[in-house]
Design a protein around this ligand. Structure first.
Ligand code: MIG
Length: 769
């Protein structure tokens, strides 16, 4: 075969390459994104990528000795006669190289008979999805100096090298630990630094798939799948940031949230069992002078867990309750599960049956499994009609005053065994099965819910989903599912949120305090501190565990909790600015240091620090009993947010952090907007804003819009340029005025002074006295 010749065609940025037996298609989408496709006659529609992503791109295709060479400004691909593929960057640095050897599975020193015994006792022998049952595998060479990031919500550490993972959405109630290969989400987006050179790969295949990232062997890593076409994207870019931006260009960025969504939210399974309990919680937030934007209603508010109903025995008038709460500044986010109760007298079930909207067994009857409502049917969300139907019914919750919808159990989770893979579902316009649709079930449910809210309200929808696939970030925020009130889960928050951010999910959060198990005063305190910059800021827990509201452990914890919520509110305009940038460039708000400093080997395995945008570095205490810690500060100079002490970077410092302290460092030269510490974010446009300079000079661009709808997409937003120059001179310019209301007053705290600017209508400038 090595001697057979390659033939190829090259038309409209698509190159079809053939040898005697096989063929390969390369599509040059942009100068940094190339799709690698081998047709196995499986479905080709993508749930992650919407619309045409081709950009007119200059490239060349040449026969070069023993290979075909495809070159764009950022990438060079070499295809050999056996269709082996090597990818280099613009400087001929190897990025992604097909492995020429054969795999050498780890010898576990066990025969089949003993495997069975070990399994029977409940010990897992290997990942659920071992490469051995794969339909195809893609093996690439691994360098000694190569790190991996991304992959969504996987457990473990920031750098995924040395571990194996599966892509198969599942509900995982056991304590999430680093040996688990998969949780609720499948985000097959892998980012690497090979000898310091960044690249990415996105494997757009929804079937069960597997990554081994140098666990089996130090010389290679591989991806395998049980079915589907070979369909992956090579992502290049000059920097790791470029690579991430290219991934989100392909799968979409997280849209700008409504401003209030960045405020504090309280939740608990059980609150919504009674109206009185909900009111008591809101009363307590007022009594203790704590910020609160939303209370989440778990499954208890429904009538017998029937979706799109409200229990009239518990709630005389839900609409009135929600509107009363809203007047007090608090919104309500009710939950929806996919399972529709099998009940002939229930309209949702009736409609689903009548229209054939539920997943079916192979015998054609409606597939039934048990979830909260008892025996239930499962909407076939891969069918666009089903999504429309679901979207339409969201009106019920919105009419009652819901400010968003929380979608849970959409892996899909079931009580009576897993849903079999042959359950019949629809893949847009063709029959399919769970085998292909499992990993996009939550995606399609979230998308339907997003559309329901958008159509009905015209506002930026607030959907929170547990299950997701690549691209779900366009429709929903996510939380990391059922963590536990244990220190290792606070520790895991940092790498998990970091990798979710790199994987496109900028709007994400953990259950603060821990979902299952009893929290402790110290853990709750360190969790609210460590998570205070988490885009989704929600305390949530399960029924039955001890209470974990801010006040339950007495004044000491309460005062610290309040202090950090105040800090959060000061940072909301900054977070919002980060989101306005993110919506364009796809770079996460909560990010690992490696994204900002990929050239610094010291941050490539850093699991206990994170950054918020480019300016804020956070080093939380995530160990029980600790009151100081080592903090690595990368290049440049850094200012302690609380003491003002300045440190030169490229070094470790020892930071003190008593229970009420969180080490936060601001990059010298930053100007940050400083929001008001209110208990409820106002809907009315703010007419003043404060900016704080850290260091002697700096500049900053600040974004403002109405914070709730899509008008900003038509230019209804403002941009302010704040600049303090070397001589201490400060100047503010409204560089874009598309949103009518502007700040009339701007305070700038710089170099120990508080400067006051007012807007002068005649000159249309900010003036100071
Ligand atoms: O199996 O609705 O992850 O946040 O409180 C439990 C009850 C179902 C799981 C979610 C959790 C939620 C809970 N749900």
């Amino acid at each position: 075969m090595a001697n057979t010749k390659l033939t190829f065609s090259n038309e409209n940025q698509i190159i079809n390459i053939k040898n005697a037996t096989e063929s390969l298609q390369l599509s040059i989408l942009t100068d940094s994104i190339i799709r690698v496709f081998e047709n196995h006659k499986k479905a080709t529609n993508s749930y992650a990528i919407e619309g045409n992503k081709f950009k007119p791109t200059d490239y060349s295709v040449e026969q070069n000795g023993n290979h075909l060479e495809i070159t764009t400004t950022n990438l060079k691909l070499k295809v050999y006669k056996n269709l082996m593929l090597d990818v280099y960057d613009a400087n001929d640095q190897p990025l992604i190289m097909d492995y020429r050897g054969t795999r050498q599975p780890i010898d576990k020193h066990i025969d089949e008979a003993h495997k069975k015994i070990v399994r029977a006792e409940g010990h897992e022998v290997s990942a659920v999805n071992s490469a051995e049952d794969s339909y195809y595998e893609i093996v690439k060479t691994l360098a000694d100096d190569e790190q991996f990031y991304g992959l969504g919500d996987k457990t473990g550490y920031l750098n995924k090298r040395g571990y194996e993972y599966d892509n198969w959405n599942m509900d995982e109630p056991r304590p999430h630990i680093e040996t688990f290969t998969h949780l609720y989400k499948s985000i097959p987006a892998l980012f690497g630094l090979k000898n310091g050179h960044p690249y990415g790969m996105f494997f757009d295949n929804t079937y069960r798939s597997h990554f081994d990232l140098g666990k089996e062997n130090q010389g290679y890593y591989f991806y395998s799948a049980v079915d589907g076409n070979i369909d992956y994207y090579v992502l290049g870019g000059k920097t790791l940031k470029d690579v991430i931006s290219n991934y989100t260009y392909l799968t979409g960025t997280t849209p700008l949230p409504q401003r209030w969504m960045l405020g504090y939210q309280q939740s608990r399974w059980g609150y919504s069992m009674s109206q009185a309990k909900v009111e008591e919680i809101v009363d307590k937030f007022e009594e203790y002078d704590l910020p609160l934007e939303a209370v989440h209603f778990d499954i208890d508010y429904m009538d017998g867990y029937r979706v799109f109903t409200w229990d009239k025995n518990k709630y005389k008038n839900p609409k009135k309750l929600l509107s009363d709460l809203r007047k007090r500044g608090v919104r309500v986010i009710p939950i929806l599960d996919p399972g529709v109760k099998q009940d002939d007298n229930y309209n949702i079930y009736q409609e689903g049956v009548k229209n054939g909207y539920f997943a079916k067994g192979t015998d054609g009857s409606i597939y039934i499994n048990r979830v909260w409502p008892g025996k239930s049917a499962f909407p076939d969300f891969g069918n666009p009609d089903v999504r429309q139907w679901w979207a339409k019914h969201c009106k019920f919750l919105l009419d009652n005053g819901a400010a968003g919808i929380w979608t849970d159990m959409n892996e899909p989770a079931t009580f009576d065994g897993d849903m079999p893979e042959d359950v019949v579902m629809t893949d847009e316009d063709k029959p399919s099965s769970l085998k292909r649709m499992n990993n996009v079930y939550g995606h399609n449910m979230a998308k339907a819910t997003f559309e329901g809210i958008k159509n009905e309200t015209g506002k930026r929808p607030y959907v929170i989903t547990r299950a997701a696939y690549s691209g779900t970030q366009k429709y929903s925020t996510i939380w990391t599912g059922d963590n536990q009130s244990i220190w290792s889960h606070l520790q895991m928050m940092i790498p998990q949120m970091s990798n979710l951010g790199l994987s496109g999910f900028s709007f994400a959060g953990t259950d603060i305090g821990g979902f299952s198990a009893d929290t402790t005063p110290e853990l709750l305190t360190r969790w609210i501190e460590g998570a205070i910059f988490s885009p989704l800021l929600r305390n949530h827990c399960v029924l039955q565990v001890r209470d974990q509201e801010p006040w339950v452990f007495g004044d000491k914890v309460l005062n610290i909790y309040r202090k950090f919520l105040r800090l959060r509110y000061h940072f909301i305009p900054y977070l919002y600015d980060c989101f306005s940038l993110e919506a364009k460039n796809g770079l996460p708000v909560f990010r690992p240091l490696v994204l900002n400093y990929p050239g610094d080997p010291k941050v490539r395995n850093l699991n206990d620090e994170y950054m918020v945008g480019n300016q804020v570095l956070v080093a939380p205490i995530v160990q029980q009993g600790q009151t100081n810690r080592s903090v690595y500060l990368p290049e440049g100079s850094w200012i302690d947010l609380f003491t003002g002490v300045q440190y030169t970077g490229n070094t470790n410092i020892l930071a003190n952090a008593q229970l009420d302290q969180l080490p936060v460092f601001i990059k010298t030269g930053s100007i940050l907007p400083w929001g008001k510490a209110v208990n409820h974010l106002e809907d009315a446009p703010a007419d003043e804003m404060t900016f704080r300079l850290f260091g002697a000079r700096g500049s900053y661009v600040h974004y403002q819009d109405n914070g709730e709808d899509f008008k900003y997409q038509d230019g209804e937003y403002n941009l302010y340029n704040i600049k303090v120059s070397d001589n201490g001179h400060c100047c503010i310019e409204l560089t874009k005025h598309g949103y009518k209301p502007i700040y009339r007053t701007i305070h700038v705290e710089a170099n120990g002074k508080n400067l006051l600017f007012t807007y002068d209508d005649t000159t249309k400038t900010y003036v100071t006295k």
